[in-house]
Design a protein. Structure first.
Length: 130
């Protein structure tokens, strides 16, 4: 499971960085992010807070909760929302190898950079409509 899940996680991770799309949520996705988290800055803060609940290595995923609302959930090691029957809209790798060379122990800066500079939010929208 761990090897297969990590392979899947990384494919989904790299695919969400395709160039050319918006670097912030727009339209209906922006509305849903704002309704769920308050605003985009609160969304980033929640992603950082969730990352701190993951002991050791893992991922933070934007997914859906049991009520159908957007949720940020932390998963240890190679786990992901798919393994528990939830959709995986956006993943943030919080294993140290993902950020240590650029950010050392400043994981919150890594999370902000992923969300502000790398994610193509059109990919996230497409995943949500699939």
């Amino acid at each position: 499971f761990n090897n297969a899940a990590q392979a899947w996680n990384h494919v989904a991770y790299w695919d969400q960085f395709v160039p050319g799309g918006p670097n912030r949520p727009t339209g209906d996705l922006a509305t849903r992010v704002n309704e769920t988290f308050g605003d985009y800055e609160a969304f980033i803060k929640r992603a950082v807070d969730v990352s701190d609940t993951v002991f050791g290595t893992g991922w933070v995923w934007l997914t859906r909760d049991d009520a159908g609302k957007l949720a940020l959930i932390g998963y240890e090691d190679g786990n992901n929302p798919i393994a528990v029957g939830r959709p995986a809209y956006l993943g943030i790798d919080i294993w140290e190898h993902a950020y240590y060379l650029d950010y050392e122990n400043r994981k919150p800066e890594h999370i902000r950079a992923v969300l502000d500079k790398l994610v193509n939010w059109r990919v996230v929208e497409e995943r949500m409509s699939a």
